[in-house]
Design a protein around this ligand. Structure first.
Ligand code: ASP
Length: 297
């Protein structure tokens, strides 16, 4: 029997404003299409998630790569990670100021001796693998600069970090039956410089084994405290269906941490998906070789 293939992506769990819903869904669909094409052409899950996340990093609607939220210092600082379910190899980068596509660098880290590289060391490593540096200002879009100025100069109330943002993530299943999880973020608005949320942390923002994979989004500090991605994969290992595991994971997040908020996407080796969130919206899109395809918030 032909093995299943599938890809699921998310574009962040938070209160996506009405006038940004269409763009978020379109961005997720574009990422899904790009990743699915890789899988259809016989590419690996690793390639598929990298391509899908890169599409969303380059789409300024999302809080990843270009268009990310600003720190309290008015800069962009980026985190990203990948995890391979079969080998348990994991590669992460954090606190990047001069890398346009952190997911590309995370993939090089996954292939190397370290599991995580941060800050200037990560940027120096980028040079050794041929990834060019950009200026931090090139990652900043007018929408975010305006929000930051309103907060800084006019005293506008910042969105609470508990509300999460439009971080991006993806899980793919290739014809070899391998699952790979990936994500990328600019973090939460006006975060302290140097702050790292759940996104690049193994077991928190993402986890993958041969049994299943989970990728989280939302209030990073709450997700980190419960190691949400690992918990959700454990529920799969206990035999729960992916939708039940996703819902139970989000329930645990709210139960164990006061105000715990976020969302999770899940994929299993037979191509079954799960997705749940307790924020007002989470943008997502998926497609499977069983003919299931959906996108929404
Ligand atoms: N979890 C991310 C962080 O806290 C934000 C998000 O998912 O939107 O950095």
């Amino acid at each position: 029997m032909e093995s299943s293939q599938a890809i699921i992506v998310h574009g962040g769990a938070w209160a996506i404003p009405d006038d940004q819903v269409t763009a978020h869904i379109a961005g997720c669909v574009a990422a899904r299409t790009a990743g699915w094409q890789v899988l259809q052409n016989g590419g690996s899950a690793l390639e598929a998630v990298e391509v899908a996340v890169r599409v969303m990093e380059d789409d300024p609607i999302f809080d990843a790569g270009t268009g990310s939220v600003l720190t309290s210092a008015g800069t962009v600082e980026l985190d990203a990670a990948l995890m391979d379910g079969r080998t348990l190899r994991y590669g992460a980068v954090a606190g990047l100021r001069r890398i346009r596509n952190p997911i590309m660098l995370a993939r090089y880290v996954l292939q190397g001796p370290a599991t995580m590289l941060v800050g200037t060391g990560a940027e120096e490593f980028a040079a050794t693998v041929g990834i060019p540096l950009c200026e931090n200002a090139e990652l900043i879009v007018e929408r975010e600069r305006r929000l930051w100025l309103e907060w800084k100069e006019k005293g506008a109330l910042p969105p609470p970090p508990t509300s999460g943002h439009d971080t991006v993530g993806a899980i793919a299943l290739d014809r070899e039956g391998n699952l790979v999880a990936a994500n990328s973020t600019g973090g939460t608005p006006f975060k302290l410089p140097g702050r790292v949320g759940d996104t690049p942390l193994v077991g928190c923002g993402l986890y993958a084994t041969p049994v299943g994979a989970a990728v989280c989004t939302g209030w990073g500090e709450s997700i980190t405290r419960v190691a949400l991605a690992r918990r959700v994969v454990e529920l799969l290992e206990d035999g729960l269906p992916p939708q039940v595991a996703a819902e139970r994971g989000i329930h645990l997040l709210a139960e164990l941490v006061a105000g715990g908020r976020g969302g999770v996407i899940v994929l299993t080796p037979n191509g079954e998906v799960g997705l749940a969130w307790n924020t007002s919206r989470m943008a997502y899109a998926y497609i499977t070789s069983h003919g299931a395809a959906q996108a929404g918030v």
